[in-house]
Write a protein of this length. Structure first.
Length: 256
């Protein structure tokens, strides 16, 4: 936690307690949590092969050195996280990350990765005046607090709060983008809200795509909107858990 939020924001003594959240939530949720990476990887790899990320990724040129030390210019146009060679056998061989006998491993936790994303939010009148294409609108947003001992469960309570503000229910939503900090806490949210897995992270989640903390929220919106357009859905939800016992969710409506 110190490395993520600054050395003065949380005492280091909280570290081991917070790291155990994945294990504790796992014991209170669905066994599907231990298989999360297999689902995430399969979906992300399939989406990449089908070109479903092209509408949301801006290619970036950079320079790298080859094996001989020569400087080469390359264009990065795809995320590096998805791994086509992931199997249930390889996942099952991974050791517990935090405690002997625990269920949280490197394989069912979000990847440590870097990234950048941007979402432009404006009043409709301003966007129209500037001639900007309007792809959707934000219907509502909610932040909730939960028991810090089980901080990963925040989305399970933030999502209903955001939907209530928008006058909607879970049944009205076509796609849920729920951040997979750990497979266990994402599974808990799915089970608690009785969501169909067909609607949850259809192009994979953070276990496959990574979780750059300052980027993930807007990245999920950038992933959601093209998918709503492609599938002809109108409503989507983006949600994340937050350290020390919070959860946030936003409801978005496509106008594409």
């Amino acid at each position: 936690m110190n490395g993520q939020r600054g050395s003065l924001e949380l005492p280091s003594a909280h570290g081991s307690h917070v790291r155990e959240r994945g294990r504790e939530v796992r014991h209170r949720s669905s066994p599907a949590g231990c298989h999360g990476r297999g689902i995430a990887q399969e979906r992300a790899v399939a989406a990449q092969k089908a070109g479903l990320f092209k509408d949301e990724i801006v290619p970036v040129k950079t320079k790298v050195k080859d094996a001989k030390g020569n400087l080469l210019e390359i264009t990065v146009s795809a995320d590096e996280g998805p791994r086509a060679d992931t199997s249930m056998k390889s996942l099952g061989a991974l050791k517990p990350a935090f405690k002997v006998g625990g269920s949280t491993t490197a394989g069912n936790s979000s990847q440590v990765s870097g990234g950048a994303s941007l979402v432009l939010l404006a009043r409709r009148s301003v966007a129209t005046k500037m001639g900007l294409p309007i792809i959707g609108r934000m219907r509502s947003f909610a932040v909730v607090g939960v028991d810090p001992s089980y901080m990963g469960i925040g989305p399970a309570f933030a999502i209903p709060a955001a939907l209530e503000k928008a006058g909607l229910s879970v049944k009205d939503v076509g796609i849920f983008k729920i951040n997979e900090a750990f497979a266990s806490q994402a599974s808990m949210t799915v089970d608690h809200l009785k969501l169909s897995m067909d609607k949850v992270n259809p192009k994979g989640g953070a276990i496959a795509l990574g979780h750059p903390l300052g980027c993930t929220g807007s990245r999920k919106i950038a992933t959601l909107m093209p998918e709503l357009k492609r599938t002809g859905q109108k409503l989507g939800v983006v949600s994340m858990c937050i350290g020390t016992g919070m959860g946030a969710a936003g409801v978005f409506e496509s106008e594409q």
